[in-house]
Ligand binder design. Structure first.
Ligand SMILES: Nc1nc2c(ncn2[C@@H]2O[C@H](COP(=O)(O)OP(=O)(O)OP(=O)(O)O)[C@@H](O)[C@H]2O)c(=O)[nH]1
Ligand SMILES: [Mg+2]
Length: 283
Protein backbone atom coordinates (compact mmCIF):
# COMPACT_ATOMS: atom_id res chain seq x y z
CA UNK A 1 0.00 0.00 0.00
CA UNK A 2 1.28 3.38 -0.99
CA UNK A 3 0.72 5.60 2.04
CA UNK A 4 1.46 9.28 1.60
CA UNK A 5 2.77 9.90 5.08
CA UNK A 6 6.33 11.00 4.99
CA UNK A 7 8.68 9.62 7.64
CA UNK A 8 10.10 13.10 8.25
CA UNK A 9 6.68 14.56 8.89
CA UNK A 10 5.71 11.65 11.12
CA UNK A 11 8.86 11.98 13.20
CA UNK A 12 8.31 15.71 13.65
CA UNK A 13 4.68 15.20 14.68
CA UNK A 14 5.67 12.54 17.18
CA UNK A 15 8.28 14.84 18.75
CA UNK A 16 5.64 17.55 18.98
CA UNK A 17 3.16 15.27 20.69
CA UNK A 18 5.89 14.10 23.10
CA UNK A 19 6.68 17.73 24.02
CA UNK A 20 3.01 18.48 24.64
CA UNK A 21 2.47 15.32 26.64
CA UNK A 22 4.94 16.66 29.20
CA UNK A 23 2.51 19.48 29.95
CA UNK A 24 -0.49 17.34 30.82
CA UNK A 25 -1.64 15.13 33.69
CA UNK A 26 -4.35 13.05 32.07
CA UNK A 27 -4.65 11.74 28.53
CA UNK A 28 -7.84 11.10 26.62
CA UNK A 29 -6.86 8.39 24.14
CA UNK A 30 -9.37 8.33 21.30
CA UNK A 31 -9.93 5.03 19.53
CA UNK A 32 -12.41 4.31 16.75
CA UNK A 33 -15.01 2.05 18.40
CA UNK A 34 -15.34 0.07 15.13
CA UNK A 35 -11.62 -0.82 15.10
CA UNK A 36 -10.21 -0.32 18.62
CA UNK A 37 -7.01 -2.24 17.81
CA UNK A 38 -6.20 -0.87 14.39
CA UNK A 39 -6.89 2.71 15.44
CA UNK A 40 -4.47 2.54 18.36
CA UNK A 41 -1.08 4.15 17.97
CA UNK A 42 1.50 1.54 18.92
CA UNK A 43 3.84 4.04 20.64
CA UNK A 44 1.32 5.89 22.75
CA UNK A 45 1.66 3.87 25.93
CA UNK A 46 5.44 4.20 26.03
CA UNK A 47 5.10 7.90 25.17
CA UNK A 48 2.74 8.70 28.05
CA UNK A 49 4.67 6.61 30.58
CA UNK A 50 2.81 6.26 33.85
CA UNK A 51 0.34 9.08 33.23
CA UNK A 52 -3.29 8.26 33.78
CA UNK A 53 -5.45 7.93 30.71
CA UNK A 54 -9.07 7.51 29.81
CA UNK A 55 -9.79 5.52 26.66
CA UNK A 56 -12.58 6.97 24.56
CA UNK A 57 -14.28 4.58 22.15
CA UNK A 58 -15.35 7.27 19.74
CA UNK A 59 -17.90 6.98 16.92
CA UNK A 60 -19.69 4.47 19.15
CA UNK A 61 -22.90 5.49 17.36
CA UNK A 62 -21.53 3.70 14.27
CA UNK A 63 -20.28 0.61 16.12
CA UNK A 64 -21.94 -2.62 17.25
CA UNK A 65 -23.22 -1.90 20.77
CA UNK A 66 -22.62 -5.47 21.90
CA UNK A 67 -19.00 -5.44 20.67
CA UNK A 68 -18.44 -2.05 22.32
CA UNK A 69 -19.55 -3.64 25.58
CA UNK A 70 -16.92 -6.36 25.12
CA UNK A 71 -14.26 -3.69 24.60
CA UNK A 72 -15.30 -1.78 27.71
CA UNK A 73 -14.97 -5.02 29.71
CA UNK A 74 -11.62 -5.79 28.09
CA UNK A 75 -10.15 -2.46 29.15
CA UNK A 76 -11.73 -2.69 32.59
CA UNK A 77 -9.90 -5.98 33.20
CA UNK A 78 -6.66 -4.15 32.40
CA UNK A 79 -7.56 -1.43 34.92
CA UNK A 80 -8.33 1.13 32.20
CA UNK A 81 -11.53 3.15 32.01
CA UNK A 82 -12.99 3.02 28.50
CA UNK A 83 -16.06 5.08 27.62
CA UNK A 84 -18.19 4.78 24.47
CA UNK A 85 -18.76 8.25 23.02
CA UNK A 86 -20.47 9.95 20.13
CA UNK A 87 -18.54 13.20 19.78
CA UNK A 88 -20.99 14.65 17.29
CA UNK A 89 -24.19 13.98 19.24
CA UNK A 90 -22.51 14.28 22.65
CA UNK A 91 -23.56 10.91 24.08
CA UNK A 92 -21.04 9.62 26.63
CA UNK A 93 -19.39 12.97 27.30
CA UNK A 94 -20.96 13.24 30.73
CA UNK A 95 -19.21 9.99 31.69
CA UNK A 96 -15.96 11.28 30.21
CA UNK A 97 -16.14 14.35 32.46
CA UNK A 98 -16.94 12.18 35.47
CA UNK A 99 -13.92 9.97 34.72
CA UNK A 100 -11.72 13.04 34.28
CA UNK A 101 -12.93 14.46 37.59
CA UNK A 102 -12.06 11.18 39.28
CA UNK A 103 -8.56 11.38 37.81
CA UNK A 104 -8.41 15.00 39.04
CA UNK A 105 -9.18 13.90 42.55
CA UNK A 106 -6.49 11.20 42.45
CA UNK A 107 -3.97 13.71 41.12
CA UNK A 108 -4.90 16.38 43.69
CA UNK A 109 -4.69 13.90 46.54
CA UNK A 110 -1.26 12.82 45.32
CA UNK A 111 -0.04 16.43 45.08
CA UNK A 112 -1.32 17.30 48.55
CA UNK A 113 0.27 14.15 49.97
CA UNK A 114 3.60 15.37 48.59
CA UNK A 115 3.02 18.69 50.35
CA UNK A 116 2.35 20.54 47.12
CA UNK A 117 -0.51 22.86 46.31
CA UNK A 118 -3.47 21.63 44.34
CA UNK A 119 -3.84 23.06 40.85
CA UNK A 120 -6.01 22.54 37.79
CA UNK A 121 -5.51 19.23 36.09
CA UNK A 122 -4.49 19.33 32.47
CA UNK A 123 -5.94 17.05 29.88
CA UNK A 124 -4.88 16.38 26.32
CA UNK A 125 -6.71 14.54 23.57
CA UNK A 126 -4.62 12.17 21.44
CA UNK A 127 -5.49 9.90 18.55
CA UNK A 128 -4.90 8.99 14.94
CA UNK A 129 -6.07 11.26 12.11
CA UNK A 130 -9.82 11.51 11.60
CA UNK A 131 -10.75 9.69 14.82
CA UNK A 132 -12.66 12.72 16.12
CA UNK A 133 -10.18 14.72 18.24
CA UNK A 134 -11.40 18.13 17.11
CA UNK A 135 -15.03 17.05 17.41
CA UNK A 136 -14.67 15.94 21.04
CA UNK A 137 -12.73 19.06 22.00
CA UNK A 138 -15.42 21.28 20.50
CA UNK A 139 -18.15 19.34 22.25
CA UNK A 140 -16.37 19.39 25.63
CA UNK A 141 -15.66 23.08 25.32
CA UNK A 142 -19.18 23.69 24.01
CA UNK A 143 -17.95 25.98 21.28
CA UNK A 144 -15.98 25.72 18.07
CA UNK A 145 -12.38 25.99 19.17
CA UNK A 146 -10.68 23.35 17.07
CA UNK A 147 -11.35 23.00 13.37
CA UNK A 148 -12.89 19.66 12.44
CA UNK A 149 -11.70 17.89 9.34
CA UNK A 150 -8.45 19.78 9.89
CA UNK A 151 -5.29 18.62 8.17
CA UNK A 152 -3.22 16.49 10.54
CA UNK A 153 -0.16 17.93 12.19
CA UNK A 154 -1.05 21.60 12.04
CA UNK A 155 -0.41 23.20 15.41
CA UNK A 156 -1.00 26.85 16.00
CA UNK A 157 0.28 27.59 19.50
CA UNK A 158 -0.89 26.09 22.75
CA UNK A 159 -4.09 27.17 24.41
CA UNK A 160 -5.52 26.02 27.71
CA UNK A 161 -9.26 25.93 27.98
CA UNK A 162 -10.99 25.72 31.33
CA UNK A 163 -13.63 23.02 31.57
CA UNK A 164 -15.71 22.45 34.70
CA UNK A 165 -14.40 20.82 37.87
CA UNK A 166 -10.90 22.35 37.82
CA UNK A 167 -9.95 20.68 34.55
CA UNK A 168 -8.02 22.38 31.78
CA UNK A 169 -7.91 21.06 28.26
CA UNK A 170 -4.94 21.55 25.96
CA UNK A 171 -6.52 22.76 22.78
CA UNK A 172 -3.95 21.29 20.41
CA UNK A 173 -4.79 17.64 19.97
CA UNK A 174 -1.96 15.13 19.65
CA UNK A 175 -1.96 13.62 16.22
CA UNK A 176 -0.42 10.18 16.14
CA UNK A 177 -0.04 7.66 13.38
CA UNK A 178 -1.58 4.21 13.30
CA UNK A 179 0.51 1.06 12.83
CA UNK A 180 -0.35 0.89 9.16
CA UNK A 181 2.62 -1.31 8.19
CA UNK A 182 0.33 -4.31 8.75
CA UNK A 183 -1.84 -4.61 5.60
CA UNK A 184 -4.83 -5.86 7.61
CA UNK A 185 -4.64 -2.74 9.77
CA UNK A 186 -4.27 -0.60 6.65
CA UNK A 187 -7.42 -2.08 5.15
CA UNK A 188 -9.49 -1.42 8.26
CA UNK A 189 -8.22 2.15 8.41
CA UNK A 190 -9.29 2.54 4.78
CA UNK A 191 -12.78 1.04 5.40
CA UNK A 192 -13.43 3.55 8.17
CA UNK A 193 -12.01 6.47 6.21
CA UNK A 194 -8.98 7.10 8.45
CA UNK A 195 -6.69 6.90 5.43
CA UNK A 196 -7.50 8.31 2.04
CA UNK A 197 -9.40 6.21 -0.48
CA UNK A 198 -6.82 6.77 -3.22
CA UNK A 199 -4.44 4.49 -1.36
CA UNK A 200 -6.22 1.37 -2.49
CA UNK A 201 -8.39 0.89 -5.53
CA UNK A 202 -12.04 1.15 -4.58
CA UNK A 203 -13.19 -2.19 -5.95
CA UNK A 204 -10.45 -4.10 -4.13
CA UNK A 205 -11.23 -2.23 -0.93
CA UNK A 206 -14.93 -3.09 -1.24
CA UNK A 207 -14.10 -6.78 -1.74
CA UNK A 208 -11.95 -6.73 1.40
CA UNK A 209 -14.77 -5.03 3.28
CA UNK A 210 -17.25 -7.70 2.16
CA UNK A 211 -14.77 -10.37 3.28
CA UNK A 212 -14.74 -8.77 6.74
CA UNK A 213 -18.50 -8.31 6.92
CA UNK A 214 -19.17 -11.91 5.90
CA UNK A 215 -17.41 -13.00 9.10
CA UNK A 216 -19.83 -11.44 11.53
CA UNK A 217 -22.44 -9.42 9.70
CA UNK A 218 -23.67 -11.61 6.87
CA UNK A 219 -27.32 -11.06 7.76
CA UNK A 220 -26.88 -7.26 7.77
CA UNK A 221 -25.47 -7.46 4.26
CA UNK A 222 -28.21 -9.79 3.07
CA UNK A 223 -31.03 -7.69 4.42
CA UNK A 224 -29.64 -4.33 3.29
CA UNK A 225 -29.09 -5.49 -0.30
CA UNK A 226 -31.81 -8.17 -0.58
CA UNK A 227 -29.23 -10.88 -1.19
CA UNK A 228 -30.64 -14.34 -1.70
CA UNK A 229 -27.63 -15.94 -3.42
CA UNK A 230 -25.03 -18.16 -1.72
CA UNK A 231 -22.78 -15.31 -0.60
CA UNK A 232 -19.92 -17.77 -0.82
CA UNK A 233 -17.36 -15.26 -2.03
CA UNK A 234 -16.95 -11.47 -1.79
CA UNK A 235 -17.17 -11.25 -5.59
CA UNK A 236 -20.52 -13.11 -5.57
CA UNK A 237 -21.81 -10.57 -3.10
CA UNK A 238 -20.54 -7.56 -5.05
CA UNK A 239 -22.11 -8.99 -8.24
CA UNK A 240 -25.45 -9.53 -6.58
CA UNK A 241 -25.51 -6.07 -5.03
CA UNK A 242 -24.77 -4.56 -8.46
CA UNK A 243 -27.53 -6.64 -10.03
CA UNK A 244 -30.12 -5.86 -7.35
CA UNK A 245 -29.39 -2.15 -7.50
CA UNK A 246 -29.38 -2.11 -11.28
CA UNK A 247 -25.79 -0.87 -11.42
CA UNK A 248 -24.95 -2.21 -14.86
CA UNK A 249 -22.70 -0.69 -17.51
CA UNK A 250 -22.97 -1.00 -21.30
CA UNK A 251 -22.73 -4.60 -22.39
CA UNK A 252 -24.50 -5.83 -19.26
CA UNK A 253 -21.41 -5.91 -17.02
CA UNK A 254 -21.78 -4.96 -13.34
CA UNK A 255 -20.71 -1.39 -12.54
CA UNK A 256 -18.17 -2.44 -9.93
CA UNK A 257 -16.88 1.02 -9.15
CA UNK A 258 -20.31 2.45 -8.43
CA UNK A 259 -21.30 -0.59 -6.38
CA UNK A 260 -18.06 -0.45 -4.40
CA UNK A 261 -18.51 3.24 -3.64
CA UNK A 262 -22.08 2.73 -2.43
CA UNK A 263 -21.01 -0.17 -0.21
CA UNK A 264 -18.16 1.80 1.37
CA UNK A 265 -20.36 4.86 1.92
CA UNK A 266 -23.10 2.79 3.49
CA UNK A 267 -20.62 1.02 5.77
CA UNK A 268 -19.08 4.33 6.89
CA UNK A 269 -22.46 5.86 7.66
CA UNK A 270 -23.62 2.63 9.40
CA UNK A 271 -26.50 2.37 6.92
CA UNK A 272 -25.78 -1.37 6.54
CA UNK A 273 -25.84 -1.63 10.33
CA UNK A 274 -23.81 -0.74 13.39
CA UNK A 275 -20.73 -2.88 12.94
CA UNK A 276 -17.41 -3.47 14.69
CA UNK A 277 -14.61 -5.18 12.81
CA UNK A 278 -12.47 -6.22 15.79
CA UNK A 279 -13.10 -8.18 18.96
CA UNK A 280 -10.88 -8.25 22.01
CA UNK A 281 -8.73 -11.35 22.18
CA UNK A 282 -10.12 -13.77 24.72
CA UNK A 283 -6.97 -14.92 26.48
N1 LIG B 1 -20.77 9.44 13.57
C1 LIG B 1 -19.76 10.04 14.19
N2 LIG B 1 -18.90 10.82 13.49
C2 LIG B 1 -17.89 11.42 14.16
C3 LIG B 1 -17.70 11.26 15.56
N3 LIG B 1 -16.60 11.98 15.92
C4 LIG B 1 -16.15 12.57 14.80
N4 LIG B 1 -16.91 12.25 13.73
C5 LIG B 1 -16.71 12.68 12.32
O1 LIG B 1 -15.43 12.21 11.90
C6 LIG B 1 -14.79 13.15 11.05
C7 LIG B 1 -13.43 13.53 11.61
O2 LIG B 1 -13.62 14.24 12.82
P1 LIG B 1 -12.53 15.29 13.36
O3 LIG B 1 -13.00 15.76 14.69
O4 LIG B 1 -12.21 16.31 12.35
O5 LIG B 1 -11.28 14.29 13.54
P2 LIG B 1 -9.79 14.64 14.00
O6 LIG B 1 -9.33 13.51 14.85
O7 LIG B 1 -9.74 16.01 14.59
O8 LIG B 1 -9.03 14.57 12.60
P3 LIG B 1 -7.59 15.24 12.22
O9 LIG B 1 -7.63 16.67 12.66
O10 LIG B 1 -7.50 15.07 10.73
O11 LIG B 1 -6.55 14.46 12.91
C8 LIG B 1 -15.75 14.35 10.95
O12 LIG B 1 -16.50 14.20 9.77
C9 LIG B 1 -16.63 14.19 12.17
O13 LIG B 1 -17.91 14.75 11.99
C10 LIG B 1 -18.61 10.40 16.27
O14 LIG B 1 -18.51 10.17 17.49
N5 LIG B 1 -19.61 9.82 15.53
MG1 LIG C 1 -8.64 17.71 13.98
Amino acid sequence: MNIHWYPGHMKKTKELVKEQLKLVDVIFELLDARIPMSSKNPDIDSMIGGKPKVVILNKADLADTWATGLWVEYFKKKGIIAIPVNSVGGKGLHDVMKAAEMKVKEKMDALIKKGRRARAVRVMVVGIPNVGKSSIINKLVKRKSAKTGDKPGVTKGKQWIRLKGNIELLDTPGILWPKFEDPEVGKKLAFTGAVKDELLDTETLALYLIENLLLGYKSNLASRYNLVGKMSSPLDVLNEIAKNRGFIVKGGEPDYLRTANILLDEFRSSTIGKMTLERPSTE
